[in-house]
Design a protein around this ligand. Structure first.
Ligand code: TRP
Length: 332
């Protein structure tokens, strides 16, 4: 099986933000399902990272963790192949984050683009906390705890990966080689617009949720915005501006996409039919997910996460032993 340059262990984390949607599947989950076939994978539900910006309201956190796991299992992530666990279930991450924090210059954290951006965006809420500034250190600890060489991320996470590499390098330089420098495995994710044409995002309320029933999916697609210049059925359309077409591109094979494009441009394919076709494509993704999910029982969720935490802790503890040894920390 093919492996990217020197990568054997892969670590991925996702924040349990709830309400996973098609964009999350195409952008991350689908890729994780493939990675588990080729690498030793550690897949983490990053609930501590939710606290960095959402510490006041934790009422829905456990539910969000469960939902995340269900979405993962639905997508085909297999706990027999990948170690699947919750971040807060593995307290070793916290010890490692503390130690790595000792060698991380404040200036590295302050210059992360997402840091200043979010401070501005979430102004009004008190998020200028120690925990929030330390977000990338905690993420680095997640990755280095498993000595992962590869981390599948989207573009937005590249600054965090860069910090992880810098921290690993600095630690190794100071105390000897303990950590590989993790490389980003950039996920080539398609553009996934939501029903209103903006990026599909929970905060815009424009999503196709992974756990929505068929009728709801059909309804949401039926009311999607399309090319505003295609008013009547036989008007020629402009697929390049149509979010329905962008979703076809993300889901259908090249031949089908070409056919849809030609039909839209010529005016032969009307929006109603085009959307019905898209519903079919989305359902072809969601139906097997519903099926897999429906087989998961409540007790399975606990069992899977407990087993995953056990495996993750064993790995992380070994790394910590070496880390403490390298730093010459006291051992009783
Ligand atoms: N910061 C990541 C995100 O928002 C989540 C994350 C936490 C993560 N720990 C990680 C990603 C470790 C990769 C590796 O998506």
């Amino acid at each position: 099986m093919s492996q990217a340059g020197g990568v054997t262990r892969v670590m991925a984390g996702l924040r349990p933000s709830g309400d996973l949607h098609l964009g999350n599947y195409l952008g991350a989950l689908r890729n994780m399902v493939e990675l588990q076939e080729r690498y030793a994978c550690f897949f983490e539900i990053a609930d501590w990272h939710m606290l960095t910006t959402g510490y006041e309201d934790t009422a829905g956190l456990r539910r969000a963790v469960e939902d995340m796991l269900l979405a993962w299992l639905g997508a085909g992530i297999d706990p027999e192949r990948a170690v699947v666990f919750v971040q807060s279930d593995v307290p070793e991450h916290a010890e490692l984050a503390l130690l790595l924090g000792m060698v991380t210059p404040l200036s590295w954290l302050e210059r992360v683009p997402t840091y200043k951006e979010q401070l501005r965006e979430l102004a009004g809420r008190e998020i200028a906390t120690y925990g929030f500034l330390g977000y990338p250190v905690l993420q680095t600890a997640d990755i280095l705890a498993y000595r992962a060489e590869g981390v599948p991320v989207g573009r937005d996470q590249l600054p965090h990966l860069e910090i992880a590499r810098e921290i690993a390098r600095r630690f190794n330089h100071l105390y000897g080689p303990v950590f590989p420098e993790p490389q980003a495995m950039l996920t080539e994710s398609p553009v996934v617009p939501g029903t209103d044409g903006r990026k599909m995002s929970k905060s815009y309320g424009n999503t196709l949720p992974l756990d929505a029933p068929t009728e709801e999916i059909r309804g949401r697609i039926r009311t999607m915005v399309t090319d505003p210049r295609k008013v009547r059925r036989h008007d020629p359309g402009h697929p390049e501006v149509c979010p329905v077409f962008a979703l076809h591109q993300a889901l259908a094979d090249a031949g089908a996409v070409a056919e849809i494009e030609a039909g839209c441009r010529s005016g032969e394919l009307g929006c109603v039919d085009c959307k019905a076709r898209l519903t079919g494509e989305v359902e072809a993704v969601l139906e097997p997910m519903r099926e897999r999910r429906s087989r998961v029982r409540e007790a399975d969720v606990r069992d899977i996460l407990a087993a995953g935490a056990g495996q993750a802790r064993a790995e992380a503890r070994e790394t910590l032993e070496e880390t403490r040894e390298a730093m010459r920390l006291w051992r009783s």
